[in-house]
Design a binder for this molecule. Structure first.
Ligand code: 5AD
Ligand code: SF4
Length: 453
């Protein structure tokens, strides 16, 4: 058994975990294949944030069930694995491996057990202070790289599975984070995304004792690194020092994803979010008063148990006040083990849908208005690729807006020439609700990574 296939669901933490899992498997002598039917080991790295995400993996597992007898081995990794544990063997008896992210350091051992023909192999302990640092990460993107700075979550939001699926918070040393950033820069990466379920509660375990703002700032000083992003922030731990760091260091992207979840203090309290609407709005003020223009995005849950029409209207008002650059809106989904499951006054599905659509419509209008303000300005795009269907290059601004553009000199990739991976100055000529479009006026492609225009 030496070929494997992996499919990843969920957030960027999961995407990056898969990169580490792939690196580890390659190191163990496995070969990656593109299709599950070609693989001897089929892995699903799963998400359980909402019920729909969880259902996906079980429907995937059904697809290839009949092949299990023919020597194909199935493994479930990630958040559903941790949450469901050995119950997965009952729901899908052809699965042989179940391991949560806190056990990935043990993957080589688990693989040995699988290869020995063991039919039920598990890695489910959450009792760990380890982080999954591996030199074998196989990154999917040659220009933009993830770095995990903190794993797990110590908060206990009433709706959320993450504390149960990713275990307690553990931070990496600042030294190992900066070393990884420097080695990525040497490999030619110019953009880094610092990852954690709650990056703001980062605490350097080494004597240096850096907080997140310091780590962010120092990462941004890595020679060769032009952009540093970070996700996700919890408002409670979001301090002014982060805004000051962004203001003082142009390598730090002027974009903050700050999930509010609700605009009603009473809902926030029942969500156990540990901040009020006013606390949140103070953080928004810090960003609006910054020297740089900081794009702000958020997550909102509609239809949390007990959310009244009045509560919902407060969320709508908050969205109008903040005018987010983008917003992910979710209908509340019941999750196992979470306190909110036991709450009263669950909201009917149609009502959740109604609230979702009201917010979506409002947000669309806000985005049209906000994005229109960019027309006529020059924005720097980090070029991610080329879209053959539209004949446009695909880029992303530091504010995390998609910026598609045309280039008169290089209308598409040709004879080994490409703009992918370069930074290009784009005159914005059009704007829609979800993206900007423009024309390439200058490129820093020959300047090499990390150098100024
Ligand atoms: N139901 C709906 N949305 C949820 N989220 C987390 N848990 C749930 C749930 N039970 C949303 C939150 C979070 C985002 C990643 O997913 O908005 O910020
Ligand atoms: Fe999904 Fe949350 Fe797990 Fe990420 S941490 S994969 S969003 S459940």
């Amino acid at each position: 058994m030496k070929t494997f296939y992996i499919e990843t669901f969920g957030c960027q933490m999961n995407a990056h975990d898969s990169e580490k899992v792939v690196g580890t498997l390659l190191q163990e002598g496995y070969t990656q294949v593109d299709r599950p039917d070609q693989a001897e080991l089929v892995l699903y790295n799963t998400c359980s944030i909402r019920d729909k995400a969880e259902q996906k993996v079980f429907s995937r597992l059904q697809q290839f069930k009949r092949e299990a007898g023919k020597g194909k081995v199935f493994g479930v990794l990630g958040c559903v694995a941790q949450q469901e544990g050995e119950r997965i063997f009952e729901r899908a008896p052809h699965v042989s491996l179940v391991a949560g992210s806190a056990s990935y350091t043990k993957l080589p051992d688990l693989l040995v057990q699988l290869e020995a023909g063991n039919r039920r192999v598990t890695g489910l302990s959450l009792d760990t202070n380890e982080t999954f640092d591996t030199p074998y990460t196989r990154r999917d993107n040659p220009h933009r790289a993830y770095i995990t700075i903190i794993e797990g979550c110590d908060k206990s939001c009433a709706y959320c599975v993450v504390p149960f699926t990713r275990g307690p918070e553990r931070s990496r040393t600042s030294e190992s984070v900066l070393r990884e950033a420097a080695s990525l820069a040497e490999l030619g990466y110019t953009e880094i995304q610092l990852l954690g379920q709650n990056v703001n509660s980062y605490r350097d375990p080494s004597p240096a004792g850096w907080d997140f703002a310091r780590l962010l700032d120092e990462t941004g000083k890595t020679p060769g690194i032009r952009r540093v992003r970070f996700t996700t922030s919890h408002p409670r731990d979001f301090v002014k020092g982060i805004v000051e760091a962004i203001d003082g260091n142009s390598a730090l992207c002027n974009h903050v994803h700050l999930p509010v979840q609700s605009g009603s203090t009473s809902v926030l309290s029942r969500m156990q979010r540990l901040y009020t609407r006013d606390d949140y709005m103070r953080r928004i003020e810090w960003m609006k008063n910054a020297r740089r223009s900081i794009a702000i995005t958020t997550d909102i849950i509609v239809g949390f148990p007990g959310e009244t029409e009045q509560d919902f209207k407060e969320t709508v008002r908050l969205a109008e006040e903040v005018e987010y650059d983008s917003m992910f809106i979710f209908k509340y989904s019941k999750r196992p083990n979470t306190p909110a499951l036991e709450y009263e006054d669950h909201i009917p599905e149609e009502e959740k849908t109604r609230r979702l659509m009201i917010l979506q419509e409002l947000q669309r209008a806000i985005q049209i208005r906000r994005n229109a303000a960019y027309v006529g300005t020059i924005e720097e795009a980090h070029v991610e690729g080329y879209n053959t269907a539209t004949g446009q290059w695909i880029g992303r601004t530091a504010q995390n807006k998609t910026l598609n553009f045309i280039d008169a000199e290089l209308p598409g990739p040709a004879e080994g020439r490409t703009l992918t991976g370069t930074y290009a100055d784009i005159l914005v000529t059009r704007a829609g609700p979800n993206s900007l479009a423009g024309e390439h006026i200058a490129s820093t492609m020959n300047n090499g990574p990390g150098r100024a225009v």
